[in-house]
Design a protein around this ligand. Structure first.
Ligand SMILES: Cc1ncc(C[n+]2csc(CCOP(=O)(O)OP(=O)(O)O)c2C)c(N)n1
Length: 337
């Protein structure tokens, strides 16, 4: 059966999930850092200062933040083509990320991964992924590997509603369920797969009901509420770590920006997008923290300023960094035996 964690609401409450002030403010800071980073990328791409394709995470910040706050530092994640928020929430630094996005030698993958294949194995980020749905089997494999090694590390796998329609979704969850592997599957249902609405390409209203097919717990959570995400994922992580096996958590969210920067967005109106702003996960969390006396609006302003400065610092660092030397083009491509 699917559990509905919390009905969407724009009203602040004072249930702060048992977290202390530092943890709560840290989560708020993470969300703001993601938002500012992404907004800056949009401008850079439009000024042709970034190459390739950029898929923005704006509007979905509560999911990455709530999930990663529920993980241990040594836990693992698999990410998607829309992965900058996941990387920042798991602890990656803006400087190395910006440099990677600009193809510079100082980037996390020495400029060879780019936006869609950035990774940091030291932080447990097993990689963004340009192949939709491809992170799920990697997560199942990582969880199996940790089991074999006797480690209690948990792997969290992010994917979209479109990813939930890939064959790899079925294979990865089925095997994880059969072997009771320590993995949490997190569907970020942002209502669209590229240029199509989830209602047009998905057979079910709630992707979480598919958990029943694998006899694992399924949860639906308000993905605009960082604490609701945190609570639900914490339970799923605890279950996974203690040998209870995988869970499927569907976070209902909404993609504010186009599929990629430059998307004409002919499949929706501006009014529809604007109507979503009332569910802004950052504003909602700010209101909640201020109402609970955890943070003041002035402190929120300082966090915002610091995030903007961090982005500019990262940009300067990336722009001043060298391009990779041509002679290194074939290094770090294959794993050494
Ligand atoms: C296997 C595969 N098929 C198609 C694509 C093209 N593609 C890129 S993103 C995307 C939509 C993904 O939608 P979803 O999983 O919901 O993630 P979102 O973009 O909404 O974050 C598609 C079809 C791809 N990259 N990989």
């Amino acid at each position: 059966m699917v559990a509905v964690a919390e009905a969407p609401t724009a009203t602040p409450t004072v249930d702060l999930a048992g977290l202390d002030q530092d943890q709560l403010v840290a989560m708020y800071r993470t969300m703001v850092r993601i938002r500012r980073f992404e907004e800056r990328l949009k401008g850079l791409f439009m000024e042709a200062r970034l190459y390739g394709s950029v898929h923005l995470y704006v509007g979905q910040e509560a999911v990455a933040t709530g999930v990663c706050a529920a993980l241990r530092d040594d836990d693992l994640i698999t990410s998607t083509h829309r992965g900058h928020g996941h990387c920042l929430a798991k602890g990656m630094e803006m400087r190395g990320m910006m440099a990677e996005l600009m193809g510079k030698a100082t980037g996390y993958c020495k400029g060879k991964g780019g936006s869609m294949h950035i990774a940091d194995l030291d932080l447990g980020v097993l990689g963004a992924n340009g192949i939709v749905g491809a992170g799920l089997p990697i997560a199942t494999g990582a969880a199996l590997g940790n089991r074999q090694l006797g480690s209690d590390r948990v792997t969290a796998s992010f994917f979209g509603d479109g990813g939930a329609n890939q064959g790899a979704f079925h294979e990865a969850i089925n095997l994880a369920a059969v072997l009771k592997l320590p993995v949490v599957f997190i569907c970020e249902n942002n209502q669209f797969a590229q240029f199509q609405r989830v209602t047009e390409d998905t057979s079910v209203k709630d992707i979480a009901v598919r958990a029943d097919s694998y006899d694992i717990p399924g949860h639906i959570v308000d993905g605009q509420d960082v604490l609701a995400v945190y609570r639900t994922i914490s339970d799923a992580v605890a279950r996974a770590r203690s040998g209870g096996g995988p869970s499927l958590v569907e976070c209902k969210t909404y993609r504010w920006e186009g599929h990629f920067v430059g998307d004409q967005e002919v499949y929706r109106t501006r009014e529809e997008v604007r109507a979503q702003y009332v569910h802004d996960p950052i504003r909602r969390f700010q209101e909640r923290l201020v109402a609970a006396g955890i943070m003041t609006d002035a402190e929120a302003e300082l966090i915002d300023t610091a995030a903007r400065e961090e982005v500019e610092d990262a940009l300067q660092y990336a722009e001043e960094s060298p391009l990779p030397d041509e002679s290194l083009i074939f290094t770090d491509i294959f794993t050494e035996e």
